[in-house]
Design a protein around this ligand. Structure first.
Ligand code: PDD
Length: 285
């Protein structure tokens, strides 16, 4: 992938430059989004941009997120990088200062960056064509505003790496009351007796667009019961099925946790129904 967007210009990736005084570089002072597209069709652009505006407002970057403007950036990146299946990364940092100061001046011009990268083809609702995850669990050691999609991701990176180093795919996190928060880059679902439970949103969880969309699709369909509530580590370890969700992965079945199988260690039937519905309706949002 070679053409990126930086502050109004489409340029080759290897020519893109930002100042080392950019607060995104020095402090991780910025907000980002990842929007998937399949053969040029975007998934959830409007809710992603709404969450980006919420993030910018939360950290006091005064930028109005204009839907048409960002849609144009997305379409240009798709056109210039050959459609196919692309993840679109959108990034706004507070901008470059002349000195390193924790306090920020009000008049910095935000740095706006976007690029496209290849992603696998759209996940399908087929157990044989799906690679399930094996995950580990860990105490959530991140900050207390995980609802903000901040570019300061060191906590998430460290948690992700914990699983990656051991040959696993993700780390499911729990708080000091042994309640599940989320995973290092996904939301979490625990399925027992046909009921899908997912942790209630608060400042320890990112309000995932896939989560929100999936819950809406399941509610409209009505065949699977959903509970948004506290979900404990004990429930995770006693589940019939466990899923993760994120924009670039849809709904991922988890078949092993901390080296132990989830139920019989196979992809579950409720996942199949949910992924079928999600794959059918995700472009409607
Ligand atoms: N990750 N929780 C965390 C901590 C995340 O980083 C993500 C997404 C999610 C799922 O959110 P959504 O459904 O809106 O993608 C939950 C993205 C994809 C990333 O950082 O690359």
């Amino acid at each position: 992938m070679s053409t990126v967007y930086l502050n109004g210009n489409y340029i080759p990736m290897n020519e893109a430059r930002i100042s080392p005084m950019d607060r995104g570089f020095l402090f991780g002072d910025g907000i980002y989004e990842v929007v998937p597209s399949y053969d040029g069709q975007l998934v959830g652009l409007a809710p992603h941009l709404k969450r980006m505006q919420d993030g910018l407002d939360a950290i006091g970057i005064e930028l109005r997120v204009d839907y048409d403007h960002w849609r144009e950036i997305a379409l240009q990146l798709i056109a210039r990088n050959g459609s196919g299946n692309l993840g679109l990364y959108f990034h706004v940092s507070r901008g470059a200062d002349t000195k390193r100061n924790h306090a920020y001046p009000d008049d910095l011009a935000p740095t706006i960056f976007a690029f496209a990268y290849e992603i696998p083809s759209a996940p399908v609702a087929d157990k044989n064509a799906t690679t399930p995850f094996s995950v580990i669990t860990a105490k959530d050691l991140r900050w207390q505003r995980c609802n903000i999609k901040s570019t300061s991701l060191l906590g998430n990176v460290m948690h992700y790496q914990q699983s990656h180093t051991g040959g696993h795919n993700e780390t499911i996190l729990y708080n000091d009351r042994d309640e599940i928060t989320e995973a290092s880059s996904c939301n979490v679902y625990v399925i027992k007796n046909g009921i899908v439970a997912t942790p209630l949103l608060d400042e320890q969880k990112l309000p995932g667009i896939t989560r929100d969309t999936l819950l809406e699709i399941l509610r409209r369909d009505g065949s699977i019961a959903i509970e948004e509530r506290v979900v404990t580590l004990a429930e995770l370890n006693d589940a019939d099925e466990v899923w993760l969700s994120s924009s670039s992965r849809d709904i991922v079945p988890v078949i092993a946790i901390d080296e132990k199988p989830v139920a019989d260690g196979n992809i579950g039937d409720v996942w199949l129904v949910a992924q079928t519905l999600y794959a059918t309706h995700k472009f409607d949002f």
